[in-house]
Every structure is written in C-alpha cells, then in structure tokens.
Design a binder for this molecule. Structure first.
Ligand code: DGL
Length: 276
C-alpha cells in the first residue's frame, strides 16, 4: 500500500531532525527515512550548482527507497534546488514539501509587520523569505541577516554553550534586526538554539515555530491526498554521508534508541531513475 510507505526527509546534517521530530509527533503512524548529508555540511556556503547536485542525488536515493513523499528539511536546499527536486520527485508522482512556503504563508497573514529572518548565506542571498512573504502581503517588511557560523556551531554540539551564546548575541545585535516584531529561524538547525534566542529577546518579540507549521501543513496535505499511513508499525531509518556522534545522539534523543542508523556514500552519481 502506497500510503504505508515512508516519508523521506533530508537536510545537510542534523538540522532537519527538528522538522522530522515534529512530523513524528503529529503523525506517529508514519515511517520515516532520513538522510543527513553531513559529509557536505555546511550547504550554506556552497554554490547553487553543488547544492542542486547533492539534493538531486539524495532525492533519487529516497525515491529508490520507496518514499511516498519527500520533505526538503533544509532551507538552503529549498532556496537553491526546490525546482530540481520537484522535477525528479513529481515524475514519480511523489509530492515534495519544503520548509519555507508554509512558514511564509503563515506569517504573511498574521499580525506581524516587521519580520526578521536569520539563515545561511545562501538562503539569505536568494531572498526567498522576503520574496515569498511580500508576494502574499506587500505591507510586511522583511529584514534578512546571514548567520553562517550558527549551523556549524550547532552541528559540533556547541549549542547551549558559551560559544553559541556569543555568536548568537553578536548576530542578533546587528542593526538590521533592531526593530523587528518577530523572527523566523530560517535554518532547520536553529530550533536547537530556540531557547537561547528566546532568552536573548526576553519575550519582547515572537519567535516563529517553523517545524510545527511545516509538520501541520504536511499532515493536512497528506490527508487531502489520502496518503496517511493506516498502520501503527512505524519504522525510523537514518542515513548519513559521514557519521558525526552528535547526529546519533540527537536522532536517538528524538526517535528513541531503537533506530537504524547507517553511513552511506552517495558519491558515485546515482543515474537518473527511469520515468525522469
Ligand atoms: N539546515 C540547513 C538549512 O536549513 C543549513 C545548514 C547548512 O549550512 O548546511 O538551511
């Protein structure tokens, strides 16, 4: 049964686990195959062509594994390779979800007027948040700031630490962010420093909960497509291109110690799948 096939989720590393965790919470019957491209992290400093190449490879891998839907749980891959991932997946009738459009839609119709976005260099350079939000609501101002050190700091396990605190404080004190009323954490790694961000702002601004918004959107869309799993035998499989102990720790924290975790090399280009 197609509806009982897993949901494929990918990111450059452990950041997408924050989205995966919320999907698991809202959709406990779903099986998940997660791919973390830790060997190539950070994506945020790479060229568009390279990000497209990695994203296409991972998409083919997840489709070959039988995934019924693909979640690009990476803002950087979304801003650079959404079109290419969709082209591959949709030729196999596999829907693609990203982590930006549901958030842009949500904030465009909320009460916020001056929204800040922090994200990788590449996501900020694409202006994808500003464009997607202002396309829906021209009255909203969007201030974008690249915060490239944050993902590597988190990936190395230095969140909730003096290092993340000083890096974050330096970024959030930037004058671009001085008059914002809400902040989008535009990188899936950043929910792992959510409490530090909230502490910095002392509740004076709203910090947008992207994983919850994204997971809710996926839940409703899968429901609409009649693709929700009807069994409770959910299985969680994790693949990484390079094993980082912090990844294993976080995956187990979010999904329990009974997960399958494997290191896999996608380096040999996976040829285009038939139908593409
Ligand atoms: N987690 C990725 C994102 O949401 C980025 C981290 C990286 O630079 O690889 O953009």
């Amino acid at each position: 049964m197609r509806e009982n096939q897993p949901i494929g989720i990918f990111d450059s590393g452990m950041g997408g686990l924050t989205t995966a965790k919320e999907i698991k919470r809202l959709l406990p019957n779903e099986s998940v195959i997660y791919f973390g491209d830790s060997k190539h992290l950070p994506y945020g400093d790479k060229s568009k062509d390279v990000i497209i190449e990695y994203s296409e490879q991972i998409t083919r891998f997840l489709i070959e594994k039988g995934c019924k839907a693909i979640v690009i749980a990476c803002n950087t891959a979304t801003s650079n390779a959404l079109h290419e991932v969709k082209a591959i997946a949709e030729s196999h009738k596999v829907p693609v979800y990203d982590v930006i459009s549901p958030v842009a839609e949500k904030v465009a119709y909320a009460f916020n007027q001056n929204i800040g976005v922090i994200a990788t260099k590449s996501t900020i350079a694409s202006h994808i948040y500003r464009k997607s939000i202002r396309k829906l609501n021209k009255h909203i101002e969007v201030q974008e700031l690249a915060t490239p050190l944050l993902a590597p700091v988190i990936e190395e396990g230095f969140n909730n630490h003096a290092i993340s605190e000083i890096v974050l404080r330096t970024y959030l004190n930037n004058k671009k962010l001085q008059n914002i009323d809400s902040l989008i954490l535009g990188c899936t790694h950043y929910p792992l420093i959510l409490n530090e961000v909230k502490q910095f702002y002392q509740n004076k601004i709203q910090v947008i909960d992207s994983p919850l918004i994204v997971a809710n959107f996926i839940k409703h869309d899968l429901e609409k497509r009649k693709l929700l799993s009807n069994t409770s035998n959910s299985v969680y499989e994790f693949y990484v291109s390079d094993l980082n102990p912090n990844f294993a720790r976080l995956a187990k924290k979010f999904f329990g110690s009974n997960i399958n975790l494997e290191t896999i090399n996608l380096n040999n280009p996976i040829p285009a799948l038939s139908n593409e």
